[in-house]
Ligand binder design. Structure first.
Ligand code: Z5A
Length: 209
């Protein structure tokens, strides 16, 4: 596939949405055609699943939650990611397989080999070309979200201990896959974080930028 899949990961409020927007503007200013998408909710079916996963007050069993994220991803990969990559597009994707490992694996404690199997089934083996992990302290991220004045969703309402396990998951993933996952200090100013990301993209996409 001729395009590139660039994923942004991290705990709540780490700045993914802000940085993806800035990256998109920067890449487009260089004449590069960019697609911005997210999980869950990168397709029409996925939008329904996103509402079920994040907005509904009714309890969702942990395995059900895992399967819904996998279903969202399977649809996203087939309907959006693969065709856009085949068309040579640069995709900026808010969350992907590492989110499931961090949240359902480290956060909820679900079986890691089941998660890896489901990730493989959902993606058909499609991995990111590069994953930017925006590393911020969980309290800083949650405080940013609270400052937005929008109510916290179902996962954001989890305990601090849950969010710390998720954070630990990202740290271990970054240590395990150093060529695919790059850590960026997300506690810097938005402008400083964007500078670092642009440098990383220049190195990883050299010849293209
Ligand atoms: N989830 C899962 O459990 N399993 C899975 O497999 C997948 C997902 C795929 C949806 O995520 C939820 O789904 C998520 C995990 C779960 N948990 N929750 N909740 P989401 O990505 O849609 O929602 P989110 O993680 O809460 O992200 P967010 O709300 O989009 O936040 P963000 O993108 O990381 O940050 P932001 O919107 O750019 O910034 C948040 C605020 O901080 C805003 O006021 C900014 O102006 C401010 N900000 C951003 N950067 C900075 C800096 N550098 N300094 C100061 N302030 C900043």
């Amino acid at each position: 596939m001729s395009g590139k899949l660039i994923v942004f990961e991290g705990v709540e409020g780490c700045g993914k949405t802000s940085q993806m927007q800035l990256c998109c503007e920067w890449l487009e200013s260089l004449g590069i055609s960019v697609v911005v998408t997210r999980e869950p909710g990168g397709t029409e079916l996925g939008l329904h699943l996103r509402r079920l996963l994040l907005e509904k007050a009714e309890p969702v069993a942990q395995v059900t939650e895992l399967l819904l994220y996998a279903a969202d991803r399977a649809q996203h990969v087939e309907q959006e990611l693969k065709p856009q990559l085949q068309a040579g597009k640069y995709i900026l994707c808010d969350r992907y397989t590492d989110s499931t490992i961090a949240y359902q694996g480290y956060g909820r404690g679900l079986n890691m080999s089941l998660i890896n199997q489901l990730n493989h089934i959902a993606t058909g083996g499609l991995e990111s070309d590069l994953t930017i992990w925006l590393d911020v302290d969980v309290e800083v991220g949650l405080a940013r979200k609270r400052g937005d004045g929008i109510g916290l969703d179902r996962i954001e309402q989890e305990t601090i201990a849950f969010h710390r396990r998720v954070q630990q998951g990202y740290a271990e993933l970054a240590a395990s896959y150093p060529s695919r996952i790059v850590r960026v200090d997300g506690s810097l100013s938005k402008e400083a974080v964007q500078q670092v990301i642009q440098e990383i993209l220049r190195v990883h996409l050299k010849g293209l930028l």
